[in-house]
Design a protein around this ligand. Structure first.
Ligand SMILES: Nc1ncnc2c1ncn2[C@@H]1O[C@H](COP(=O)(O)OP(=O)(O)OP(=O)(O)O)[C@@H](O)[C@H]1O
Ligand SMILES: [Mg+2]
Length: 246
């Protein structure tokens, strides 16, 4: 698998505290990867660094076949490079329908968002329907997004990110607050998305991680503690001590 993202020797200090310490690892093209680790391990900070929200003190974040350094780019430029991020709290436009939310998120070849009241062409319509199908909201297209359940809003937001056709999707704790059935649907959806792009998922729910059936990276105190299959990392005594044995 060729490398899509490489984090190399990255360190971040917040008020004298080293939250990320010489962090290095790689994500492959169209790879699904789970990141686990105790609270404060640096999982969210890793996503902040990749998306340009937090600037590290040192290290490199290398992206794509041209090996560009993301640390030289601002947040908007990084998003344009094809890195999408889902935050914990859904940020859909509640007054708008599911259809409108998806439509306004579609990647426009001219690089601007279509405005809310423009008349979508046939291709955009088809794409919105495909996205709704992919996230399991085909039956909800004309409902106001504010009426959706918490889980449905999360899927809509994932759909809005997929509408941008990212090459890398970063998802922070998607299962939080979801029912078991919603969590299962979320795993299916992310696995489907990872067939055509890389998906990195931070999650504390081990059953959720198991269903992702992917390589797992364990972070602890800002560095990689272990990496491999879920069975491999969860039988590592250090991982048990710092994370699982809590
Ligand atoms: N903007 C910030 N300013 C100061 N300290 C921060 C900031 N962001 C994160 N930290 C600190 O950096 C460390 C790593 O935090 P981070 O949020 O990345 O952990 P996490 O692995 O995502 O934890 P959790 O599982 O609780 O979400 C923590 O000690 C946190 O308090
Ligand atoms: Mg976090």
């Amino acid at each position: 698998m060729s490398t899509l993202l490489e984090v190399s020797g990255v360190s971040v200090t917040f008020d004298g505290y080293k939250a990320i310490r010489n962090l290095s690892f790689r994500i492959g093209e169209a790879e699904m990867r789970a990141i686990i680790g105790p609270n404060g391990a640096g999982k969210t900070t890793f996503m902040d660094i990749v998306t340009g929200k937090t600037r590290p003190d040192e290290g490199r974040v290398i992206w794509g076949e041209k090996s560009v350094n993301l640390l030289r780019m601002n947040e908007a430029r990084i998003a344009q490079e094809g890195i999408g991020r889902k935050f914990q709290r859904p940020t859909v436009f509640e007054d708008q329908t599911v259809h409108a939310n998806l439509l306004m998120s579609l990647r426009n070849p001219r690089g601007s968002f279509p405005c809310l009241f423009y008349r979508p062409n046939r291709r955009d319509q088809v794409r919105v329907e495909e996205l709704a199908e992919e996230i399991g909201l085909s039956g909800e297209l004309h409902r106001k997004s504010g009426e959706l359940s918490h889980g449905q809003k999360q899927w809509l937001e994932i759909g809005m990110l997929l509408a941008q056709e990212p090459r890398l999707l970063l998802v922070d704790e998607p299962a939080a607050g979801m029912t078991l059935a919603e969590r299962e649907h979320t795993t299916d959806l992310l696995k489907e998305a990872a067939k055509t792009r890389a998906v990195v998922v931070v999650e504390h729910d081990m059953e959720f991680v198991r269903r992702l059936e992917c390589k797992v990276t364990v972070l602890h105190e800002g560095s990689v503690l272990a990496e491999g299959s879920l069975d491999h990392v969860t039988s590592n005594p250090q991982v048990i001590e710092v994370y699982l044995g809590r």
